[in-house]
Design a protein around this ligand. Structure first.
Ligand code: PLP
Length: 352
């Protein structure tokens, strides 16, 4: 016997690596290649010693107010956290308490099964079809809750709002979480359904489309009931999740609507160019509605391409997992970065 019998043992989530090479091209964790809105730096320049000495506002009102104004949602229907990972973890803890399994896709964000294990939530995965689409009927079986990203990661596949609504409507007795980390790159948010379905939680993040991955800001929209329960859990766990710099940066960021629209449009344009170039090189991929492309090559194994790119300090994501171990997830960078990637791939594939 040892103390270890009583330890809560978990197999942790493995985040994408954060290499730091001088001239690297980092296309492996879906960050934004552009700087955050100029107003963010201006806000942080106003940081005073009191902002460090004193506790932050536990209600995070500065950020809630900005989100409320921009998304036209009342503050009591918005929850914020330390990245959407924090928001999602809190939502799992709060809403997934059934003996029945929660449901999520077999190919999806690899944090879901980790949280389920951590919180001892039973779960069952539902296989995506051969085009990596959800099968709506799978989500009509008895369950303790549902979570899926839309668009999905790492596939980039977008489900229609109609299918999302069908899943939410078929499950009034459980909470359905739609993880919209990538919705700003051409998807349709389920935000419009929040007032129609009390069991729907829509989660978004500042990490991808708003260029603030390093500040750790995520948020969720839901019914006043759901948001109330989330706040009760949060205030039972850590009242001060959001630090003052994040509140200031986040509020300034979300109010910079024009800049946000400009950079997301640029990323979408670069993505469409990259799709055409990859296709010319013999890659295929499900059509992406995100800031990444999930690509497989007709003759060269993904792992080999991944290693060859690494040697050039071009980092993409490779998952050695069932169904997807011949795919690369390539984040959309700047036009220049994608040109370097494509030029290298052209040479590499020609000389093999
Ligand atoms: C990136 C990502 C998140 C988490 O992002 P945060 O940086 O914690 O906000 C959540 N879900 C999916 C599907 C993601 O890809």
């Amino acid at each position: 016997m040892s103390f270890e019998v009583n330890v809560r043992k978990v197999v942790p989530y493995v985040p994408g690596e954060q290499p730091n090479r001088p001239n690297m091209i980092k296309l492996n964790t879906n960050e934004c290649p552009y700087p955050p809105a100029p107003a963010v730096k201006e806000a942080l320049a106003k940081l005073e010693s009191a902002d460090m000495r004193l506790y932050p506002d536990p209600t995070a009102d500065l950020l809630l107010q900005a989100l409320s104004d921009v998304y036209h949602m009342p503050k009591n229907q918005i929850f914020v956290g330390v990245g959407s990972d924090d928001v999602l973890a809190m939502a799992f803890l709060t809403f997934f308490n059934s003996d029945k399994p929660i449901l999520f896709p077999d190919v999806t964000y690899s944090f879901y099964d980790v949280w389920a294990d951590l919180f001892r939530i039973p779960y069952k995965t539902c296989a995506l079809d051969e085009k990596f689409k959800l099968c709506v009927e799978d989500y009509k079986q008895p369950n303790g809750g549902i979570v899926f990203p839309n668009p999905n990661a790492p596939t980039g596949v977008l489900e229609s709002l109609k299918d999302v609504e069908e899943i939410v409507a078929a499950n009034p007795d459980v909470v359905v979480i739609v993880d919209e980390a990538y919705v700003d790159f051409g998807g349709t948010s389920a935000l419009s359904l929040v007032d129609k379905y009390e069991n729907l939680l829509v989660v978004q993040t500042f990490s991808k489309s708003r260029a603030l991955a390093g500040m750790r800001i995520g948020y969720a929209f839901g019914s006043t009931k759901l948001i109330g329960y989330l706040n009760d859990a949060k205030f039972s766990f850590n009242s001060y999740t959001m630090n003052r710099p994040s509140l200031m940066a986040g509020a300034a960021c979300v109010r910079s609507v024009d800049y946000f629209e400009e950079i997301t449009a640029k990323i979408i344009a670069t993505r469409e160019w990259t799709k055409a170039e990859l296709a010319k090189l013999g890659f295929t991929f499900p059509d992406s509605y995100t800031n990444f492309i999930f690509a497989t090559h007709k003759s060269v194994p993904a792992e080999e391409i991944y290693m060859a790119l690494r040697e050039q300090d071009i980092f993409v994501r490779y998952f050695k997992k069932p169904r997807i171990d011949n795919y690369l997830r390539i984040t959309i960078g700047t036009d220049e970065q994608m040109q370097v990637l494509i030029e290298f791939l052209k040479k590499y594939l020609n000389n093999r």
